[in-house]
Design a protein around this ligand. Sequence first.
Ligand code: URA
Length: 210
Amino acid sequence: MSLNFHLIRHPVVQHKLTLMRQKGTSVTEFRALAREVAMLMSYEVTRNLPLTRKKIMTPMESMSAPVLKGEKMVLVPILRAGMGLLDGMLSIFPSARVAHIGIYRDHRTLEPVEYYFKASKTLKGRDLILMDPMLATGNSAVAATDRLKGAKPRSIRFMCLVAAPEGVRCFQRHHPDIPVYAAALDRKLNSHGYILPGLGDAGDRIFGTI
Ligand code: URA
């Protein structure tokens, strides 16, 4: 995979992802694990956010201390499964703004259809983290990134739990400048666009709509 694909190999992330993959994992457990994995991944995903310095007073003396540079970041879950990663990210970035993008896959063509978009007017110049647990065909992630690039953000990062090689290739063909962070790169897609071995339908498992 290319330089802009980052596999997060941390053993705790890997362990928790295995629990998520297992068929017998309950909705309650799956949801909690999604939150925990998102929290753990957030450190890698935001590793190169720019810092600036700010003069502060400690109880001892003044110092110039590092703080994140720029406007509040914007978390962008792709509805609906992306919502499963939102809580974990918000617990690390509690003041982040949230933009929602609703894209569903037409089950026949597997093409993305946008049905909802709600973001603050001020995405310009901000750091955006686009989130979807599964990078399958890549079509939804590409469509969402097309949309977000139009708002002229400072940066976009794409974060998922499980990626298929087909999805990574598709995404990187369209958006080679956008880094992709994943906890696993799986074998392939099946004929219905599901990832193998994967973890099934992430939205169904998060929301209990099985
Ligand atoms: N979406 C899912 O939820 N699971 C897959 O395997 C592929 C797309």
